[in-house]
Design a protein around this ligand. Structure first.
Ligand code: SF4
Length: 292
């Protein structure tokens, strides 16, 4: 629970604040930029919520924060936000009908985002949120989870809780060494899980990183690729590459021909391609800079 006594100095005064336990995961200022922004190696409230929509988003960030570093005087708004997840994915006013953000991030995965795919063939949980009975009730209300796809070893968080709660098998690449995963895949070639789901091995960030392509246009990227609002482009990071940067660049190039319209990452911001072909253009632009 956030402590006003430890509130960071950069907060503006008012009902919401960030305290010194913030790990700068980016969740709050990605989801609620009207209220939060990065300041040095922390986050802070730069403007108190001014509208009902801003207040709701700010309190969803409070719930999603992995470290409980956000405080608020508005207990009713916090209670409402807790029940908002899994939340529809909305980028620039365009809402995905069948994918939701789980919120409730975990410090064990440094606040990585996880996602629920709702599909007739069985819902998929992509990476693991924090163990939270309130979220579990929300997922159960949407049909539960039939399979957990783990993009890589960093974002597994409370996988055991979700595995047991929904009796859902966990899937990972064998190169990640996640021996608990009931389903292991191998190699570097795409693997069709179902007619609407393709696993794409993307070695680089880790040896067994996976992307998951849903409906040919929605790409779950883990820590392989994300949108950077400050840079205004798709981004990957050599500094946060734990395995092989040249391999990660090669894995990024292998995505160029995909008809992707949405990038839904573990860290960084989600992104929607305004037009068919924009993903290729944006990824090419990113690769030109990242390869330099
Ligand atoms: S969500 Fe929490 S830990 Fe992450 S940047 Fe915001 S206050 Fe810090």
């Amino acid at each position: 629970m956030a402590s006003r006594a430890r509130a960071v100095a950069a907060n503006v005064s008012g009902g919401m604040f960030v305290d010194a336990t913030c790990i700068d995961c980016g969740t709050c200022y990605t989801h609620a930029p009207a209220t939060f922004r990065p300041v040095g190696d922390t986050s802070a409230v730069h403007a108190q919520p001014a509208t009902a929509a801003e207040n709701a988003a700010a309190h969803r960030a409070l719930i999603a924060c992995p470290t409980g570093s956000i405080g608020s005087d508005d207990a009713a708004a916090a209670r409402a936000a807790a029940n908002a997840f899994p939340l529809p994915v909305d980028v620039d006013g365009v809402v995905l009908p069948d994918v939701r953000w789980c919120g409730w991030t975990s410090p064990d995965s440094f606040g990585a985002w996880s996602w629920l795919i709702e599909r007739p063939g069985g819902n998929i949980l992509v990476d693991s949120p924090r163990a939270a009975p309130t979220l579990a009730a929300g997922l159960a209300a949407r049909g539960g989870v039939s399979r957990i796809v783990l993009s890589h070893r960093d974002d597994v968080a409370d996988h055991a809780y979700w595995h047991e709660r929904f009796a859902a098998p966990r899937l990972a690449h064998a190169a990640e060494g996640l021996v608990f995963a009931e389903e292991q895949v191998a190699g570097d070639q795409p693997i069709t899980l179902d007619r609407d789901l393709v696993l794409i091995p993307v070695p680089g960030h880790t040896a067994g990183s996976l992307c998951l392509l849903y409906r040919d246009e929605i790409l779950f990227t883990g820590d392989h690729l994300w949108w950077s609002p400050p840079r205004g482009r798709l981004q990957a990071s050599r500094d946060y590459c734990w395995h092989d940067w040249d391999a990660q660049l090669a894995s990024l190039r292998r995505l160029l021909d995909l008809p992707v319209r949405w990038v839904l990452p573990g860290h960084g911001a989600p992104w929607r391609a305004p037009r068919v072909g924009d993903f290729r253009d944006e990824l090419t632009r990113a690769l030109d800079e990242l390869s330099g």
